[in-house]
Design a protein around this ligand. Structure first.
Ligand code: NAG
Ligand code: NAG
Ligand code: NAG
Ligand code: NAG
Ligand code: NAG
Ligand code: NAG
Length: 893
């Protein structure tokens, strides 16, 4: 079913209409049709700058340039996002005193690498292994540090001489500085935000113009893998001198009844012409099919307005209209993500010509954040079944890719996820668009640190200068997304603990958010602020990290040093009875897919250490999913706490997918152990524990561990089953191990005394006395061959779309060999190319683009793309020593 759905989407994406403009973030789709230009009949041309880049990277500072030296020239780039005119930055009167030789028009970059953007300079590795290395486990052991230069020519037609031309960068990691024809234009230090620079003053129409972008990634700047480079899309926007400004529409909706909704629209019109302009503004509202993205029938029009915009000014025009019988945007699966698109046109008043067309996608919906009932979407309670997601996409790194992100969402949705927290930074705009269209909820977040640092080179260095511009830019970019129900201005910041001082910083951020975007509430993830401290009192919503379910307060954690916090939901409820309370981070369970250690703790939650759940030699964590970070809790324990506190609106598990970096508890590794799904996208056992809770209608009975233990003959080998059933009976080789009845506050069936014998484990589960789901696990034999399965049998030949192919090491009967670590070699035929391989093993330092990959717990993954324009079959072969090879075919079209 999943595969069919994906295929349908893929086909429809190709047929997208040409009306899709830059602001409708699924630009990726139109880009598939034409990489380089879009018709200008609508007055606006948005060109994706993906090809034609030259790139060079240096670990040392190659030109002596630093951000601090040029700061005065960079700060004014944020001026549009600083409310108080007297706080805006003035450009120095003289040119900067630096020689930027790599920005020079005459610099010969022909020896530089040719790259396609989005591009992550670090993901290909090699990994840094050992302790005396510049980038350690926390940041993923990949070469993110240093200075990267990107150069590209921009050709501007003579016709464009009267146009306004902008460079729009969705994300550049980090400290971006941009030159055009050797002149410094500005930049944006924070790597996760999107920004715009005006190229017009320095562009020469009818000529090649040299664009040069310098990025600088410090070490010790992040608690996870940041990636490096122009890792999101870059666009050239050509518009009339009088145009809708950057993120220049703001739509809010009020459902006045179930049969009518009021839509309010603010359009900001900017005039960069030398004289004042009169423009007419018209906006029509159409249905938008969230699946096909086709524009449907017109449902409303805003009253036409005429405004005069003085030279160099921006004027806002407000209007409202009614939509009759609105189809509400809602959360899947109980509601549908219905969407609309507002198409705004600007007309020159003197001759009636359309000078700009601008699309804004939106949804009509209500969110009620109720302190007792939780989140209500269109008046109906929706429990938040969320996960935290960092921005990397596993083996392809931080470089944004639509298909890679979509695959993550499909895997998460199948588990029952309905909400994503953007931990801890603004995401790619295309991801938010996808979340809207698929009907997920989003907690959109901007900062991991404020004035106080977590790492010597993190955001605290620029907080003072940039927090307002960053926060307003983030809110302005994302405010029209129907999926976003809450803004988060921080995560686990040090300011939680500094009382009045930290609270003042929090208040200033909240005030900015309320001023910029008054329709949504504001929160911050809190792991150490207690209910009696001043910090939580200033937030609209209480978002707890770990302390909701309690930190280190159960027997298995009693030997650990550090704070002990009893479950805090009740104390926050007493202190803030009117505020919605939910958990922005829960669990921090740790596991390695398919790895099990013995003995198994008899507790329901225990800290991992070298003798319990972990192993300092293998650097793996047992997948019984009872083991956690020192501050964490098993899923079971979180469920107990949530069920005992029904006012809690839900949770965001830390994390949905494993991510690169932060490999607690083994920092010699490359990637995390926190994910419900491993880095390759393979579900760990606890995927089925969450699925049983979040989709209790799914007939699942998942057995763990695997049953191939040649050295455990006669040894106690606990068997656990995840199911939404209320009774379960386990059989080993036909012999009952007992029929268990699920008890209150119990979320798994566990037979902890099973004695291992090879053969077959079989479970029969029951719900309300009827058979619910059954499952069988058999002892596997010797590895005999490989088996391949593709996630989609057809992909687009656009050089970007991806096929994910799973490789299983199987025995003679086709059973997965659970201990298999065979070295597999991949071969991809010439119409396609291998992008990366992985296996989800946090300790595997084989570089991601390698054609050889060892299996991990019997599985490996190969990611393949079609070469641009090369249609036809791509064949993928997997082979290994003493293994029967396997082949799969993916059609590129
Ligand atoms: C330019 O920078 C150099 C080196 O930092 C310095 O010696 C020189 O005085 C500066 N010139 C001006 C005009 O600031
Ligand atoms: C227009 O909308 C903006 C943003 O919501 C608001 O600040 C402003 O007061 C409105 N102006 C009018 C005239 O309604
Ligand atoms: C109409 O007026 C606009 C604004 O002055 C100008 O840009 C455009 O070229 C004119 N179009 C025609 C067809 O005269
Ligand atoms: C490991 O954790 C267990 C509790 O699960 C504890 O009893 C034991 O003392 C710990 N071992 C070490 C070496 O810390
Ligand atoms: C696990 O063992 C390693 C290597 O002996 C040691 O460095 C580490 O501190 C141990 N961890 C724990 C939690 O005991
Ligand atoms: C896997 O096989 C390839 C090709 O024989 C070899 O180059 C590579 O070193 C092997 N990798 C491992 C981890 O054994």
């Amino acid at each position: 079913m999943l595969a069919g759905r994906i295929l349908r989407n893929a086909i429809r994406l190709v047929g997208l209409g040409s009306l899709v403009l830059h602001h409708s973030p699924i630009t990726t789709a139109h880009v598939i049709k034409s990489h380089h230009s879009r018709p200008s009949t609508t007055g606006r041309e948005v060109i994706r700058l993906d090809m034609g880049w030259r790139f060079w990277h240096s670990f040392e500072n190659p030109d002596g340039i630093t951000y601090n030296q040029l700061k005065a020239y960079i700060l004014p780039s944020g001026n549009d996002f600083i409310a108080n005119p007297s706080d805006r930055h003035r450009l120095p009167g003289s040119a900067p005193n630096v020689t930027a030789k790599y920005a020079d028009n005459k610099f010969d970059d022909s020896n530089w690498k040719t790259v396609r953007v989005p591009h992550d300079w670090a993901i290909e590795g090699p990994f840094y292994v050992g302790e005396d290395v510049p980038v350690k486990g926390g940041m993923g052991r990949l070469p993110v540090q240093g200075v990267g230069w990107y150069r590209r020519k921009i050709t501007v037609e003579p016709d464009d001489a009267n146009k306004q031309i902008y460079l729009d960068i969705d994300g550049a990691m980090s400290y971006a500085m941009v030159w055009l024809n050797g002149k410094l234009l500005g930049g944006w230090p924070y790597g996760y935000n999107s920004f715009r620079l005006d190229l017009s003053p320095y562009l020469v129409a009818g000529k090649d113009n040299q664009l040069a972008i310098r990025l600088d990634n410090p070490t010790s700047s992040s608690r996870w893998y940041p990636g490096g480079g122009l890792y999101r899309n870059v666009w050239l926007t050509k518009v009339d001198k009088t145009h809708v400004g950057q993120w220049g529409t703001y739509i809010t909706t009020q459902a006045t009844s179930s049969s009518s909704a009021t839509i309010n629209l603010v359009v900001s019109v900017e005039n960069k012409a030398a004289t004042a302009k009169d423009v007419h503004i018209s906006t029509d509202v159409f249905k938008l099919d969230p699946e096909t993205e086709n524009i449907g029938t017109k449902v409303a029009s805003f009253p036409r307005a005429t405004i005069t915009v003085s030279s160099g000014q921006s004027v806002r025009s407000n209007s409202s209209t009614l939509v009759e019988n609105p189809q509400f945007w809602g959360v899947w699966p109980s509601q549908e993500p219905n969407m609309y698109v507002a198409v705004t046109k600007l007309y020159a008043s003197e001759n009636g010509t359309v000078i700009d067309t601008y699309e804004t996608r939106f949804g009509i919906r209500t969110f009620t954040l109720d302190s007792d009932k939780g989140l209500l979407v269109n008046g109906v309670p929706v429990r938040i079944q969320g996960v935290n997601q960092h921005h990397d996409l596993g083996a392809i790194g931080a470089a944004f890719n639509v298909r890679a992100a979509e695959r993550q969402l499909e895997i998460l949705r199948e588990m029952g996820v309905n909400a994503v927290r953007m931990s801890h930074n603004p995401p790619a705009p295309e991801l938010l668009d996808m979340l809207d269209r698929k009907g997920f909820l989003v907690m959109d977040e901007i900062f991991d640190s404020w004035e106080l640092s977590k790492n010597p080179n993190d955001f605290h260095l620029i907080f003072q200068d940039w927090h307002e511009a960053d926060l307003r830019a983030f809110l302005r970019r994302d405010r029209n997304h129907p999926s976003i129900y809450l803004w988060s201005v921080g995560n686990e910041v040090g300011e939680q603990q500094t009382n009045a001082a930290g609270t003042a910083v929090a208040r200033s951020l909240i005030n900015i958010a309320h001023d910029e975007e008054p329709t949504r509430l504001v929160t911050s993830g809190m792991n150490s602020a207690k209910s009696n401290m001043p910090f939580p009192s200033v937030f609209d919503v209480i978002s707890l990290n770990y302390q909701g379910e309690g930190i280190r307060d159960t027997p298995a954690y009693s030997h650990l040093p550090g704070i002990t916090t009893p479950p805090a939901y009740s104390s926050f409820k007493s202190a803030f009875p009117k505020k919605l309370i939910h958990s922005s981070e829960t669990a921090s369970s740790l596991s390695s897919r398919g790895i099990y250690y013995f003995p198994v703790t008899s507790e329901i939650s225990a800290p991992v250490n070298n003798t319990s759940g972990g192993n300092s030699n293998t650097k793996q964590v047992s997948a019984y999913n009872l083991y956690t970070a020192d501050f964490g809790a098993s899923p079971d324990r979180v469920f107990i706490a949530q069920d005992q506190h029904p006012f809690v609106a839900g949770e965001f598990v830390w994390t949905g997918f494993d991510y690169i970096g932060e490999p607690t508890p083994y920092y010699s590794s490359r990637s995390s152990y926190f994910g419900i799904v491993d880095l390759a996208g393979f579900p760990k056992d606890r995927y089925y524990l969450y699925q049983s809770r979040w989709r209790p209608d799914v007939r699942v009975a998942h057995i763990l561990p695997h049953w191939t233990w040649p050295d455990r003959l006669g040894k106690v080998t606990p068997v656990h089953v995840f199911s939404s059933a209320d009774e379960a009976e386990l059989f080993l080789n036909g012999e009952s191990q007992g029929r268990l009845v699920r008890k209150t506050s119990s979320y798994r069936f566990r037979w902890d005394k099973v004695v291992y014998a090879p053969g077959e484990l079989h479970v029969i589960t029951y719900k309300h006395g009827e058979v619910w789901a059954k499952n069988t696990v058999q002892t596997a034999g010797k590895a005999a061959g490989l088996s391949l399965s593709v996630d989609r049998s057809s992909i687009r030949a656009d050089g970007e779309d991806l096929a994910y192919i799973t490789v299983k090491v199987v025995d003679g009967k086709g059973l997965v060999v659970p201990h298999a670590t065979d070295n597999i070699t991949f071969d991809v035929s010439s119409a396609g190319e291998l992008v990366a391989t992985d296996n989800g093993d946090p300790t595997d330092f084989t570089a991601f683009p390698s054609k050889q990959r060892k299996a991990f717990s019997g599985l490996a993954l190969v990611i393949v793309r079609a070469k641009t324009g090369e249609r036809g079959p791509i064949s993928i072969t997997a082979s290994g020593v003493n293994l029967e090879a396997a082949r799969a075919t993916v059609q590129a079209s």
